[in-house]
Design a protein. Structure first.
Length: 355
């Protein structure tokens, strides 16, 4: 297909299509994947070609002529007609920039082919005197002229022009018919490609999220189990705290009894002091009264010490109870947060399973 005299001057990647020869309306993909499409220049023949090879088969082998036109039918799709291959080629690009670069190169190569043809015609006119006709000469009409060599060549040239015009009209019709459904088909094709890429990316992301959610769920389950054990401990401590509450009530009742007893003893001491001066008649009775007074004072001091110890124990019990209540409240708040997070993870897993 390619000779050593041809060199690539531009290459790109694109999805290659050809017009359906049967309907002249639908596109037929040339391959499942994007192919390399290149411009080649044959310096010996001074010819430009667009070539794309799929495996060992030439998908595109189109010689560019000055009368060819590359048409952009969408932001990422373009096409041109090749009368020699009797088909219309379509290229789907990955981006609008790639399409613009290919179209610009097509225009450059087309202009180069035009200049090459003009140079070739100039050389032919210089080497062939029979075709060296000046602008002031009038070509004879093929109808009234004789069958000379020059007139025969002119007749065949005009027939070729008619054939070229007819071929152009046919290709234009083919191109317009092919463009009717091409835009819709090409848009659907690239939309499906984009949707497929998005679905693949979403699937990978969902799989990664599932693994992460599973790890997080396992960690939450372990933490929840730890919190449950802690709650059980706190509940057992709460049971103990209820017994402490009973002890506190008993201590409070004892304190009240001690306070009443101390008050009674104080009244008795005051009464004894007031009666000490006037009513003691005998020395023995006085000593007995003093001893009794000392015993009452010692008893009073003992009762005051017991009251102080009971108040201190009650304060410690209340502080411990407040601490336990604070811990229980904190653990309950943590449990609520973890339960909420677990419910969200389960909802996310349910949605993922439904998807």
């Amino acid at each position: 297909l390619l000779s050593c005299r041809e060199q690539p001057i531009f290459s790109t990647r694109a999805h290659v299509f050809q017009i359906d020869p049967a309907t002249k309306r639908n596109w037929i993909p040339a391959s499942k994947h994007a192919l390399t499409v290149s411009y080649f220049y044959d310096a010996t023949r001074n010819v430009y070609r667009i070539i794309s090879v799929g495996g060992t088969k030439a998908i595109i082998n189109s010689t560019i002529t000055p009368n060819m036109t590359f048409t952009k039918t969408s932001q990422k799709f373009g096409q041109w007609a090749d009368s020699r291959a009797n088909t219309v080629y379509g290229l789907g690009f990955a981006s609008e920039q790639h399409l613009s670069q290919f179209a610009e190169k097509f225009q450059e190569v087309k202009e180069a082919a035009r200049l090459a043809r003009e140079k070739s015609q100039d050389k032919t006119e210089l080497t062939n005197p029979a075709l060296n006709i000046t602008s002031h000469q009038v070509l004879p009409s093929p109808i009234i002229s004789s069958n000379g060599p020059g007139e025969d060549k002119l007749f065949r040239s005009q027939s070729a022009d008619v054939e070229i015009t007819t071929e152009k009209e046919r290709l234009k019709k083919m191109l317009s018919e092919g463009s009717v459904s091409e835009v819709q088909w090409e848009a659907e094709f690239f939309s499906l490609q984009d949707n497929n890429s998005k679905l693949v990316a979403a699937l990978h992301e969902a799989n990664a999220n599932v693994d992460q959610w599973k790890k997080q769920l396992s960690a939450y389950q372990e933490e929840t189990e730890t919190l449950r054990q802690r709650v059980a401990e706190l509940e057992s401590q709460g049971t103990h705290d209820s017994s402490s509450e009973n002890n506190k009530e008993e201590l409070s009742q004892t304190l009240e009894e001690l306070e009443l007893l101390i008050k009674a003893k104080d009244e008795e001491i005051q009464m004894l002091k007031s009666q000490k001066c006037g009513r003691w008649e005998a020395e023995g009775e006085r000593e007995e009264t003093l001893q009794k007074l000392q015993e009452l004072e010692a008893r009073n001091a003992e009762l005051e010490q017991r009251l102080h110890l009971a108040e201190q124990s009650l304060a410690e019990t209340l502080a411990e109870r407040e601490k336990l209540q604070s811990e229980v409240t904190k653990v309950a708040e943590i449990m609520d947060v973890k339960i909420f997070e677990l419910s969200e993870i389960r909802q996310g897993l349910a949605k993922l399973v439904e998807t």
